[in-house]
Design a protein around this ligand. Structure first.
Ligand code: NAI
Length: 558
């Protein structure tokens, strides 16, 4: 919520400040009585419309936009002006609008951030504010902040380190909390932690809006983030910090540092792992077999690979394996070849996956020798799952599971067409991007997209409902199973490993309820368990509809 006023009670807002309040503004839907009461007479055209009529107008205006980025700019303007109408539009057709408010269009918006910037949204916490973080956070006008999505811009989508330009990501991620799972938008705060950037062309761009300096050392960064995490709990007690798009090593280190101390999670690590496990659960239901019995090879051992690998290990332990035995089922391959004990360059997260094997830099050779059942690409390098690799997977498996998760599209390790064609239609395939439907030997396949947006909004809704003390991997594994359960047999037949995107809202609300149950079971909730979880959840789910001004559900400003 982007309140620009300093009033203490939104119910007293009058005139233009009321029209400037995106959470309260109804624009032409203010009734004549409301206009008279709130000093709006003459500030609006005479017609009194309802949300549906405003929606029709917005859709017509969108239809005039010549490109996705122009649609993004239009929708962002709507979000700034009239939140209810924005969510009405986005939630009307998730399959159409999620790629606009989020990936892939948001990537273009981020690259141009300093150029298309109009006004500030959310907060910018600069490393120059060290020692004063609490004071800075107190400048946010909302008291009851329930989630902060915090990014350093250090590794945005496939764009690398783009510093302050990354602000589009926390904004978009939090919009998805509401659009995909009904988390009320008024307690959501996007925040860019500006630690400088390694990106020299950006630092040289006169329109760049962030600090023009290199990022600090890890120690300096950790001290600053320590101060931030403490300050968040003081200023916004019970607030959950969602880490998003930090440089890989920073992401893993900071999650390990805070996960048992604060209410926080990292979507790139835990959300990604959860959605991948959901795809694996569905694939295993199709082909038969348990996760603990699968041999898995990761192509790419960065933050995504390690994050997914670690959660798969936890999921295998929940099926009865010891942690050590579970780790033995998982092998990894990076830019320097297979991870094995003679490698001297491995970091502490990679070492558990370095199993005795002759050194090799040839993926085909590694697949032929290890005979994995599951191959997961998180390498950032397109075209690396060659025909020989896919054929080798198909030789060793009746139904090879092949996930090519790197994005954007040109970085996918193979395309859907290639995976189905080279495996003779046998592959159980998912990608990080949405590939179009594929026809192989007369059969249609609908490739699934392992998109985090299936998971993190649902987990956030469960956290919103239950206010837990901590977030655990078990919650993300529960979300994965809940997601997999919602893929119908007809969808599985077409090769779809995730529920259809058009159903994302109902799917995620159902997933949030399953996660909430786990939170109650784990005794991590700080609210009382309701007798009727479904009715309790539905009563709290956000719906895009106008409320009376000063409605108690709306956060009060400071
Ligand atoms: P990262 O940069 O931390 O790790 C990349 C890994 O790939 C490193 O281990 C690197 O050594 C390895 N690699 C690079 N070139 C290679 C080559 N030629 N051969 C073999 N290995 C190579 O990146 P991160 O964060 O782990 O992300 C990796 C990819 O996964 C990105 O493209 C990202 O977009 C994608 N991703 C997809 C998600 C999804 O589909 N839901 C979620 C998160 C990430």
């Amino acid at each position: 919520m982007k309140d620009t006023t300093n009033t203490t009670d939104t119910s007293t807002l009058q005139g233009l400040p009321l029209l400037d309040h995106p959470g309260l503004n109804k624009d032409t839907a203010f009734t004549q009585e409301e206009r008279a009461k709130h000093g709006l007479i003459g500030l609006l055209p005479d017609a009194v419309e309802d949300l549906d009529r405003q929606f029709q107008r917005a859709m017509r205006q969108l239809a005039q936009k010549p490109s996705p980025i122009e649609e993004y700019i239009f929708l962002n303007g709507l979000y700034e002006y009239n939140e209810t109408l924005f969510f009405k539009v986005v939630m009307s057709d998730p399959k159409r609008f999620l790629p606009i408010v989020y990936d892939p269009t948001v990537a273009e918006a981020c690259t141009k951030f300093g150029h298309i910037y109009r006004r500030a949204q959310g907060m910018y916490l600069s490393i120059k504010h060290k020692g004063k973080v609490k004071e800075v956070l107190k400048n946010w006008p909302i008291k009851d902040v329930r989630f902060i999505c915090a990014s350093s811009g250090g590794r945005i989508l496939g764009l690398g380190d783009i510093g302050t330009n990354g602000m589009g990501i926390p904004i978009g991620k939090l919009q998805l909390y509401t659009a995909c799972a009904g988390v009320p938008p008024d307690g959501l705060l996007p925040l860019l932690i500006d630690i400088g950037t390694t990106n020299q062309p950006l630092r040289d761009d006169p329109l760049y809006l962030g600090l023009r300096q290199p990022p600090p050392s890890s120690d300096e960064l950790d001290n600053f983030v320590d101060e931030f995490m403490d300050a968040v709990q003081e200023v916004f007690p019970g607030c959950c910090v969602h880490f998003e798009d930090w440089k890989g090593t920073d992401a893993l280190r900071l999650l390990a540092r805070y996960t048992t101390k604060y209410l926080c999670y990292n979507d790139d690590i835990q959300g990604t792992a959860s959605v991948v496990i959901a795809g694996l659960v569905t694939a295993l239901q199709i082909k038969g077999g348990k996760l603990k019995d699968q041999k898995i090879l990761f192509f790419g051992a960065g933050s995504a690979g390690i994050g997914i690998g670690n959660m798969i290990v936890t999921a295998m332990t929940l099926e009865g394996l010891s942690k050590e035995d579970a780790q033995k089922q998982v092998s990894m391959f990076d830019v320097d070849g297979l991870l094995e004990p003679s490698r001297k360059d491995l970091n502490e997260w990679q070492k558990p996956y370095a199993h005795p094997h002759a050194p090799t830099k040839d993926l085909h050779e590694a697949v032929a020798s290890l005979k994995p059942n599951i191959l997961i690409g998180v390498s950032t390098v397109g075209g690396t799952f060659t025909q020989a690799v896919v054929e080798e997977m198909s030789k060793n498996n009746e139904r090879p599971i092949i996930f090519a998760l790197s994005n954007p599209t040109e970085k996918a390790e193979c395309t859907a067409q290639q995976a189905y064609e080279w495996s003779d239609g046998k592959a159980l395939f998912a990608a990080g991007v949405q590939f179009p439907e594929v026809n192989v030997h007369g059969k249609n396949f609908e490739p699934g997209q392992a998109n985090n947006f299936y998971v993190f909004p649902a987990v956030a809704m469960a956290v919103y409902l239950t206010r837990p003390k901590r977030i655990t991997d078990e919650m993300f594994i529960a979300a994965a199973h809940a997601l997999a359960e919602q893929v119908s047999s007809v969808e599985r037949e077409k090769g779809l490993l995730f529920p259809p995107q058009r159903d994302v809202f109902t799917v995620e609300v159902a997933t949030a309820m399953k996660v909430a149950r786990i939170i109650f079971e784990q005794k991590l909730a700080t609210v009382e368990e309701p007798a009727d979880l479904v009715a309790w959840t539905e009563a709290q789910v956000y719906k895009p509809a106008y409320k009376p001004i000063g409605h108690e559900a709306l956060n009060q400003t400071r």
